[in-house]
Each structure stands twice: as structure tokens, then as C-alpha cells.
Design a protein around this ligand. Structure first.
Ligand code: FNR
Length: 201
């Protein structure tokens, strides 16, 4: 059983999404002992509304927050819609960001990647997703993986065609796995062990 769990969130609800394909490609780059689970509940979330943000929470919100809390790290693949984050993904980040500051993403290692059919590979959407998650308190990795012309970026069996993009993905996913592993190990430590004094003989 894998001990490190990464939750993969695609910012596209589209069947056949290139961003979901990118997450599947990323799953193949993970080191042994690390697994990626694809989250499928973004489309069930209501629009963010503070009037709904109390117990009992809408089931889709409770599920999202629970899945994030249970993961050691997040990998988010975002398309770019009109130069920005798709509404469905921003909505999920908004739900995940509350209650602030003790929310499910607080201190959580997160990497953001993205694919678009334009030339630039959703770089604006990736930057804005990182910004929103930083403001929410996540431990957001610096790197990005822009996959431009996504309609021709994958082979029929889902592998990336460009070795440079595959290398960038391998590198970012490797850093995320290491950061998630460290975070998971720290969470497993008893609270006192980091400051325990050596025992007298
Ligand atoms: C797009 N697309 C797009 N692409 C881009 O590079 N820059 C952009 O600003 C936009 N804007 C945009 C708006 C809307 C409403 C749609 C539907 C699409 C194209 C987009 O990159 C393409 O549809 C991707 O394939 C979407 O990602 P998935 O669904 O394949 O993951």
C-alpha cells in the first residue's frame, strides 16, 4: 500500500480533458510508494456562498475538504479560460480556503500544472491558481509545467510527446512527492518528539 497520497484535481470537467490526461501522465512519474488519486467531485460543488458555509455543510463541500485534508499533497492541473482560472476550479479553491486560517489546504504541499490548446500552456491560469492557493495558506511549489497545443501534446496512449515537458513534469512531481512525504512524516510525529530532551542514563 502506498504511504504518500497525492490528490489530483483537474480544473476541467470535460470528458477527454487534456488536463485530466496531464494528471494521468503525472501519476506515471511518481516515485514508488506515492500514489495519485483523481478527484471527481468538482462539478458537484455549489457556487461559493458564505450562507451555506456552516454545519451541516453541503455534502460536496464536506467531501472536498475531507479529501484534501486526507491527502499529503495536491497536484492541480488547470486549463486557461479567457486568460484566467476556470470558474469551477476557483470555486473549489474558495471552498477549500475556509474556515480561514485553519482550512484543509493550510501548509499542504501543492503543485500546479496546466494544459491549453493555445501556445502558452495556461501559464496565466497556473500563476493565478498558485496565487489563490498561497493566499489560502497552502505550501505552493514554485515550478510550473505549461503544456501548450494540448490537442497534439499526447500520444494516443496518453504519454507526452515532448521530452522537455516530460522532464519538467518528472521534476515538479518529484519535488511534490518529497515535500508531501516530509509533511506526512512530520504529521505522524508525536507533538513532543521534535523537542524531546535526551533522557538521562
Ligand atoms: C478556452 N481556451 C483557452 N486557451 C488558452 O490558451 N487561453 C485562453 O484564454 C483560453 N480561453 C478559453 C475559454 C473558454 C471558455 C474555453 C472553453 C476554452 C481553450 C482551452 O485551452 C482548451 O479548451 C483546453 O482544451 C481546455 O482544457 P481541457 O478541457 O482539455 O482540460
Amino acid at each position: 500500500m502506498a504511504s504518500i497520497r497525492i490528490l489530483g484535481i483537474s480544473g476541467s470537467l470535460r470528458r477527454g480533458s487534456h488536463n485530466t490526461s496531464l494528471l494521468r501522465a503525472a501519476a506515471r512519474s511518481l516515485p514508488p510508494g506515492v500514489e495519485l488519486e483523481l478527484y471527481d467531485g468538482l462539478g458537484d460543488l455549489p457556487h461559493y456562498n458564505e450562507d451555506l458555509d456552516h454545519e451541516p455543510l453541503p455534502a460536496a463541500v464536506a467531501r472536498l475538504r475531507g479529501a484534501i485534508a486526507a491527502a499529503d499533497g495536491l497536484l492541480i492541473a488547470t486549463p486557461e479560460y479567457n486568460g484566467s482560472i476556470p470558474g469551477v476550479l476557483k470555486n473549489a479553491v474558495d471552498w477549500a480556503s475556509r474556515p480561514f486560517p485553519d482550512n484543509a489546504v493550510k501548509g499542504k504541499p501543492v503543485a500546479v500544472i496546466g494544459a491549453s490548446t493555445g501556445l502558452f500552456g495556461a501559464v496565466w491560469a497556473q500563476a493565478e491558481t498558485r496565487k489563490a492557493l498561497q493566499i489560502a495558506g497552502a505550501d505552493v511549489l514554485e515550478g510550473e509545467v505549461p503544456v501548450g497545443q494540448a490537442h497534439v501534446a499526447f500520444t494516443s496512449d496518453g504519454h507526452l510527446t515532448e521530452p522537455e515537458i516530460q522532464s519538467a513534469l518528472d521534476e515538479l512531481v518529484g519535488v511534490l512527492a518529497a515535500r508531501a512525504g516530509a509533511s506526512s512524516a512530520a504529521a505522524a510525529l508525536p507533538e513532543t518528539s521534535a523537542i524531546a530532551a535526551p533522557r538521562a542514563a
